[in-house]
Design a protein around this ligand. Structure first.
Ligand SMILES: [Zn+2]
Length: 574
């Protein structure tokens, strides 16, 4: 048995995620977690909400709520939706947790001890009306270059010129609109990432099994100067992890918080402690996943994320881990990073800010999770961006799920009930047809297993579909409904193998379509042991074993439904 730690990039708190977000990290991470559990591995699967930072404060203000209350509510919303999509996290935590606060402060102390944190004094714009410092992009004014009157302090959207807040003509707060602004001195902590360049390069260069998408992004950022600059890790805000050096005060940093990008990845670790705390376990129980000298040396740690998150996970977070380890600690570095391109929507991009596309709550309001999971995973944007269209969604659901898998299960179980009864029929023996199916599936299941091990999601989905097709073609060739008239024993043998195929499909399909898979296994009244030996697995249900005829697993999507949904989700969400 192996031990596998799996994390999904943590979604930001300020709103409901769209299907592009879902397939870019959480859903494939769930696929892999379910697969590893199915293989009998010990899995810890973690995700959380990323709750700190100015966007959360602004969203709370818009909603007219205190930011802590807003985050608590949005966490519940996101938790309910992740349950709705059957995401099997062991813990869905919160980066605002007490556990993350304590760990973030701990890592800051260790990085300071390692000589990787420096205090720097700088100037920043302060809004008297808002009573706070303003991040560059929350200062608006007129662009000195093109005259656009809604230019932001970091960049003019109109002419794309990079700006400094002091460049703006008639600057004002984007929060309140106040022009009562002044430039003040303030002190911040900087993480000296550039000091770790060689260590990072040595590490990344030896990750030979990583996907090209991951290493190409990591190396680009490592070398082009922008990625590995020393970066501020503190902010003059109220909402966040207070700046402390471990448990101790940090003189001169009173009233400041850590910048969200510093504390968010530490939540991967804190989430494990949230998990043990919530389950009455001790610190040793999470440390055996995260600390190599505390039991985690045999853990394989796999991260899932969209490509925009790769720089943080290959450079910044590893600086935190390696830096703390340089003081004698033993935190685990990631072993494998699976990254994704983008899913586009009907010829454009999904957009949270513009409300464009299908969002997780909307998706579940029209169809159960399995339909979405199957479509999104079989089209996962692994080797390039992929495209959501309602036509391909309808086609994939109808052809793969309803026509191939659902139809097979329905025909076999209903035929058996009408000609025999609701038990696996006895009589007849397996001949060349059955031997061919067993041989074919032995090869295919081995290939499916290899692809799932390699997290080659699209290819694994195609192989799974091919495995379903084997059953349908077998049924077509052997035609038990005809055989029954001449030779009921022959029909019995065909149906006996077919009922065992339903069990096999239930086990193999579980990572992709867990609800339907569970329904199949429940109907067959059977367990879900992984079929390491296909011939044995296809004899698991002996003659006389009772089963139930399940409800139809999948409904077909009609053209009317497709057109209705396409028009409902064509505009922007209000
Ligand atoms: Zn401009």
């Amino acid at each position: 048995m192996s031990r596998v730690l799996i994390t999904s990039a943590i979604p930001y708190i300020n709103g409901i995620k769209h299907l592009g977000n879902l397939v870019g990290s959480m859903l494939p991470a769930d696929l892999y977690a379910r697969y590893r559990r199915g293989r009998g591995d010990e899995v810890l699967f973690l995700c959380a909400t990323d709750e700190h930072g100015t966007p959360a404060e602004i969203a709370a203000q818009k909603a007219g709520k205190p930011v802590a209350e807003y985050c608590a509510e949005m966490w519940q919303t996101q938790k309910d939706l992740s349950d709705g999509f059957l995401l099997s996290f062991d813990k869905f935590g919160r980066s605002s947790s007490a556990q993350n606060r304590q760990l973030t402060q701990h890592f800051a102390a260790k990085l300071y001890e390692a000589g990787l944190i420096e205090e720097r004094t700088e100037t920043q714009v302060y809004s008297n009306a808002d009573g706070r410092f303003l991040p560059d992009r929350y200062i608006e004014g007129t662009c000195p270059n093109c005259g656009y009157d809604k230019a932001r302090g970091d960049q003019c959207e109109n002419c794309t010129k990079q700006l400094d807040p002091v460049d703006l003509i008639e600057p004002r707060s984007a929060i309140s609109g106040s022009t009562d602004l002044e430039v003040r001195e303030t002190k911040h902590l900087y993480l000296l990432q550039s000091k770790m360049r060689d260590d990072l390069r040595n590490w990344i260069d030896t990750r030979e099994d990583w996907p090209i998408l991951t290493t190409s992004i990591a190396k680009k950022w490592l070398d082009d100067g922008d990625g590995l600059q020393d970066r501020g890790i503190t902010r003059d805000l109220d909402w966040g992890v207070p700046v402390k050096k471990g448990d101790a005060e940090w003189p001169g940093m009173e009233g400041k918080v850590f910048y969200v990008w510093f504390d968010a990845p530490i939540e991967y670790i804190a989430c494990a402690k949230e998990w043990t705390d919530a389950n009455g376990l001790g610190d040793a129980d999470w440390q055996r996943w995260w600390r190599t000298e505390h039991g985690a040396d045999d853990v394989r740690y796999v991260q899932f994320m969209g490509k925009d998150n790769v720089p943080f996970h290959t450079l910044s977070f590893p600086v935190t881990i390696m830096g703390a380890n340089s003081t004698g600690e033993d935190w685990k570095l990631v072993d494998y990073i699976k990254s994704f391109n983008y899913l586009n929507y009907d010829g454009g991009q999904f957009s949270t800010s513009q409300g464009r596309g299908v969002f997780m709550d909307q998706a579940l309001s029209i169809l159960p999770a399995d339909y979405w999971r199957w479509y999104l995973l079989r089209n996962a944007p692994e080797n390039g961006d992929s495209e959501f269209t309602w036509e391909t969604f309808q086609a994939a659901s109808n052809r793969d799920l309803a026509d191939v898998l659902g139809n097979f299960v329905s025909r076999v179980t209903k035929f058996c009930r009408s000609k025999f009864d609701e038990t696996v029929p006895e009589g007849g023996t397996y001949g060349p047809e059955e031997e061919a199916v067993i041989a074919d599936l032995t090869t295919r299941v081995a290939e499916y297993t290899r692809l799932m091990d390699a997290i080659e999601i699209r290819k694994a989905a195609a192989e799974l579909r091919a495995i379903w097709v084997v059953g349908n073609e077998y049924l077509q060739r052997t035609a038990p409904w005809s055989a029954f008239k001449e030779d009921p024993d022959r029909a019995a043998a065909i149906i006996r193998l077919s009922l065992n195929l339903i069990r096999l499909y239930g086990i193999l399909s579980q990572p992709f379509i867990p609800d339907a898979a569970d329904a199949m296994l429940k109907a067959m009244r059977t367990d879900a042991a992984w079929p390491n030996d296909v011939e044995q697995a296809l004899a698991a249900l002996p003659a006389g074993h009772a089963f139930d005829v399940p409800e139809n697993l999948f409904a077909k999507i009609t053209d009317d439904q497709r057109e209705d949904w396409a028009s409902r989700f064509s505009g922007t969400r209000t």
